[in-house]
Design a protein around this ligand. Structure first.
Ligand SMILES: Cc1cc2nc3c(=O)[nH]c(=O)nc-3n(C[C@H](O)[C@H](O)[C@H](O)COP(=O)(O)O)c2cc1C
Ligand code: SF4
Length: 384
C-alpha cells in the first residue's frame, strides 16, 4: 500500500462537538512521570506533547486518579484539588498546541489501590469483600464499600472531570475497565452486593450510570466524555461481551461521546487461557467490532494494532471509527508521520519480549526501543 492510500486513517472524525483531525489516537498508557503527590510534571507535559506533535488526532492520557483511595501507583497522576490544576494545564496545553484533542483518562483504582502495603491496613474499596490475587502469590481482601463511600466516589469523578476542564482538557474518559472500581461493580464475579448497587444487570451498572450523570452535570455541554469499558472479562461467571453490548445499547448517546472497549482485568489477563494475550496481534478487536455494531457512538479499537494497512481495512469496513495505539506510539511518537510518508521502514518498532514499559511503570516507564540517550534522560520528549 502506498502512502497516498492511507486516506481513511487521515479522515477527520467528529467526537461530540469537537473534531479529531484523523483516526489515530494515543491509547491510555501509564508512564509514571508524575510527582509522588500525583502532581503533573514537565516530563509528563513533554511526553504527551511529543506524541501530539507526531500528528495523531487525540491523546488520551494514562489513568489519573480521582482521589487518594483511587490511586494505584506511586508516580501515578492524581487530580483531586484545584491546586493541582496548573500542572495539568501545562499537559493539556502541550497536547493542544500540537493540534490533538486532549482527553484525560480518570480512574478510581478500587481494589487495586496502592501503595499495596498501606492497603493491607487501609480500606481497599470494592463492591464486595471477595478475595483476589493482587499479584501472583499475593492474595488481597478488599472491603465492601458503604453507601457513603459509593456516593463520595461518584462525587470524586465529577470533581476531577470539572478540574480537567478547568485545566484546559477537551474531555475525560471514564475508566470502567481492567478491574478498577467501576468495572468491579459491573462484574458478577466481583460484585456480590444485595443492595441497589448489585444483583441484577441494572444494579451492577448503577454506579457507572451515576458516575456518567454526575460527570456530565459537572462539565460544559461541549466537553468530551468518553467511556473505557470492559468489553469482556474473559472469565467464567464474569462480565461478558453480551453484557457490554447490552450496556452500550442502553446508554445510547445520552451524555457520552465515544466508547473504547477493552478486554480482561489484570487478574483475568494472568489466567492460563488468556496468558500472553497482550503479545497477540489485534487481540481485542473482535469485541470492539461487536460493540460498534450495537451503538451509534464512535468506537475506538485498540490492542496489538500497528499495521497501517490493517487500520485502513478496519476503518473501510466500519468495524471501528478510530484506532488507539499505546506501545507503538510510546516506542515511536512519529509513527503516523512515518507511515504516511511511506517511510514505514524507519518506524522504531515495539516488540520486546519482556515489555520494559510494563516493568518500569513504578519508577517512570522506559522503552527498550529508545536510543540510549533518551533512556538516560528518562522519557522521550521534545528534541528526540
Ligand atoms: C505500560 C502500560 C501501561 C498501560 N496503562 C494503561 C492505563 O493507564 N489505562 C488504560 O486504560 N490502559 C492502559 N494500558 C493498556 C493500553 O491502553 C492498551 O490497551 C494496550 O497496551 C494494548 O494496546 P497496544 O498494543 O497499542 O499497546 C497500558 C498498557 C501498557 C503496556
Ligand atoms: S518497552 Fe518494549 S513493549 Fe514497551 S513500548 Fe517499548 S518496545 Fe514496546
Amino acid at each position: 500500500m502506498t502512502a497516498a492510500s492511507f486516506s481513511r486513517l487521515s479522515t477527520p472524525l467528529r467526537i461530540g462537538r469537537s473534531t479529531m483531525r484523523n483516526r489515530v489516537l494515543l491509547a491510555p498508557m501509564s508512564v509514571g512521570y508524575a510527582n509522588r503527590d500525583g502532581g503533573a510534571t514537565r516530563a509528563m507535559a513533554e511526553h504527551y506533547g511529543r506524541r501530539a506533535q507526531g500528528g495523531i488526532g487525540m491523546v488520551i492520557t494514562e489513568n489519573v486518579a480521582v482521589n487518594v483511595a483511587g490511586r494505584q501507583m506511586p508516580l501515578q497522576p492524581m487530580l483531586a484539588d484545584p491546586a493541582a490544576v496548573p500542572g495539568f494545564a501545562a499537559v493539556a496545553s502541550e497536547i493542544r498546541r500540537h493540534g490533538a484533542l486532549a482527553v484525560m483518562q480518570i480512574v478510581h483504582a478500587g481494589r487495586y489501590a496502592g501503595p499495596w502495603d498501606v492497603y493491607e491496613q487501609a480500606r481497599r474499596l470494592a463492591p464486595s469483600a471477595v478475595a483476589f490475587p493482587l499479584t501472583p502469590g499475593r492474595v488481597a481482601m478488599p472491603a465492601e464499600m458503604t453507601l457513603a463511600e459509593i456516593e463520595a466516589s461518584v462525587a470524586a469523578f465529577a470533581n476531577t472531570a470539572k478540574l480537567a476542564q478547568d485545566a484546559g482538557f477537551d474531555g475525560v474518559e471514564l475508566h470502567a475497565a481492567q478491574g478498577f472500581l467501576i468495572s468491579s461493580f459491573l462484574s458478577p464475579r466481583m460484585n456480590r452486593r444485595a443492595d441497589r448497587y448489585g444483583g441484577d444487570f441494572a444494579g451492577r451498572t448503577r454506579l457507572l450510570h451515576e458516575v456518567l450523570q454526575a460527570v456530565r452535570a459537572a462539565v460544559a455541554a461541549d466537553f468530551i466524555v468518553g467511556l473505557h469499558l470492559t468489553s469482556d472479562e474473559l472469565a467464567a461467571g464474569g462480565w461478558t461481551l453480551a453484557d457490554a453490548v447490552r450496556l452500550v445499547g442502553e446508554l445510547g448517546s445520552a451524555g457520552l461521546d465515544f466508547v473504547m472497549p477493552i478486554v480482561a482485568t489484570f487478574e483475568t489477563m494472568r489466567m492460563p487461557e488468556n496468558d500472553g494475550l497482550m503479545g497477540h496481534p489485534v487481540f481485542q478487536h473482535a469485541q470492539a467490532r461487536a460493540i460498534k455494531a450495537a451503538t451509534t457512538l464512535p468506537v475506538f479499537t485498540n490492542g496489538g494494532i500497528s499495521d497501517p494497512a490493517l487500520i485502513e481495512r478496519i476503518l473501510a469496513d466500519e468495524e471501528a471509527d478510530a484506532v488507539g495505539l499505546a506501545r507503538p506510539l510510546f516506542a515511536d511518537p512519529d509513527w503516523l508521520e512515518k507511515v504516511r510518508d511511506g517511510s514505514d521502514i524507519a518506524v522504531r518498532r515495539c516488540g520486546c519480549e519482556t515489555q520494559l514499559c510494563l516493568r518500569t511503570q513504578l519508577t517512570g516507564s522506559q522503552c527498550q526501543s529508545w536510543p540510549e540517550a533518551v533512556r538516560a534522560r528518562g522519557f522521550l520528549g521534545y528534541g528526540a
